[in-house]
Design a protein around this ligand. Structure first.
Ligand SMILES: O=S(=O)(O)c1ccc(O)c(O)c1
Ligand SMILES: [Ca+2]
Ligand SMILES: [Fe+2]
Length: 346
């Protein structure tokens, strides 16, 4: 049987923005602007267009009003206007739902774009043109809370990690780290186009669902200060996991849940991955330093809870249950309270 050649994939530069549905815009503004320190590039009573201090383009997060919390779409910036056409051709050839979004007809500040439901069931936009924005990098007088610098990555919940890995490999993403079983079955993977640990990562579970957006803070100090601020304001119930040091990525982290339950990670101090022969670092699922380098337990809600995603017409996508469940793997302190015997002294 003739193997049909897929057209060239779009040249993805980076994970660029997420558009989330929130049920109360003023409450979301308190969390994402007042507490995390995102800058408001544009707002009205139905939506907030936000960006971090280092971001020179219109936004990296859109919060729009809706009846139920959901991911409206993830968006990757592509290198050229022609890559928007390549995205249309590539995902059409894959048999995915594809919709052209003319400049001005979609998300404010974004030019010509293509939206697809990708093979993993996620609503994803590919765009090149985005409005420039005022340089805020050295406006220390405007920094607040977590002092969010930029959007760093998307983490998505998928029932089939190998399928997600193959899809993003075909899009030209590198793989910086994985979590694997004793027979090398894939439990999680971190993949990149920009030269850091990841633009996208996969958590095993019922999907398609969005696990979290990861936002970069300048240093560990901001991560700790964020936890202190939430504590000071009797908002500590928004803290879900951390602060801590990741095994995978080596980043210092804190996970929060926003008023609609959307998960956000305040993340800093990962590493460079830009050399052409960069090698994947592989963790064993039984290594209890993989998710927290100090062995702190991963709270069950972190594995189980995630945000529903919409199709191109705004309808919630049905989810498929996972093949592998990392939280069920009998490992050290991951919520099972079983402290392993000390590893043999090296
Ligand atoms: O918990 S993990 O160390 O696996 C991890 C590493 C990097 C991330 O961005 C993350 O969300 C989770
Ligand atoms: Ca553990
Ligand atoms: Fe993350």
């Amino acid at each position: 049987m003739e193997v049909t050649q897929l057209p060239a994939p779009p040249d993805v530069v980076r994970s660029a923005y997420a558009q989330l549905v929130v049920t109360d815009v003023p409450r979301a503004r308190w969390f994402w602007v007042d507490m995390l320190g995102f800058h408001v590039q544009y707002e009205d009573d139905r939506a907030l267009y936000l960006r971090g201090t280092d971001e020179l383009t219109h936004h990296s997060l859109v919060l729009r009003a809706g009846d139920a919390p959901a991911l409206d779409h993830l968006a990757y910036r592509v290198r050229t206007p022609e890559d928007v056409d390549r995205a249309e051709e590539y995902f059409t050839a894959l048999g995915c739902p594809v919709r052209r979004v003319p400049a001005g007809a979609g998300t404010r500040g974004i030019g010509e774009a293509v939206r697809v439901v990708d093979p993993l069931g996620f609503p994803v936009e590919f765009f090149h043109a985005i409005d420039r924005a005022e340089r805020l990098i050295q406006r220390y007088d405007l920094r607040r809370g977590a002092e969010v610098a930029r959007m760093d990555h998307f983490n998505i919940v998928v029932p089939d990690i190998p399928a997600a890995y193959e899809h993003y490999r075909a899009l030209g993403f590198g793989c910086s780290e994985t979590i694997e079983g004793d027979e090398h079955e894939l439990y999680a993977a971190w993949m990149f186009r920009k030269q850091t640990v990841h633009d996208v990562a996969f958590t095993s579970g019922a999907g398609p669902r969005m696990h979290h957006v990861g936002v970069f803070a300048p240093e560990a100090h901001q991560v700790l200060r964020t936890a202190d601020i939430f504590g000071s304001l009797r908002a500590e119930h928004h803290i879900e996991r951390g602060p801590g040091r990741h095994g995978v990525s080596n980043a210092f982290y804190l996970y929060l849940r926003d008023p609609d339950g959307h998960r956000v990670e305040i993340y800093t101090s990962d590493y460079y991955t830009g050399d052409p022969d960069h090698e994947t670092y592989r963790w064993n699922v039984h290594d209890d330093r993989r998710r927290d380098f100090w062995g702190n337990a991963v709270i069950e809600s972190w594995y189980k809870e995630a945000t529903p995603v919409l199709d191109l017409d705004g309808r919630p996508q049905p989810v498929v249950s996972a093949a592998l469940d990392e939280s069920a793997v009998q490992v050290g302190a991951d919520g099972l309270g079983i402290i392993p015997a000390p590893a043999a002294e090296r």
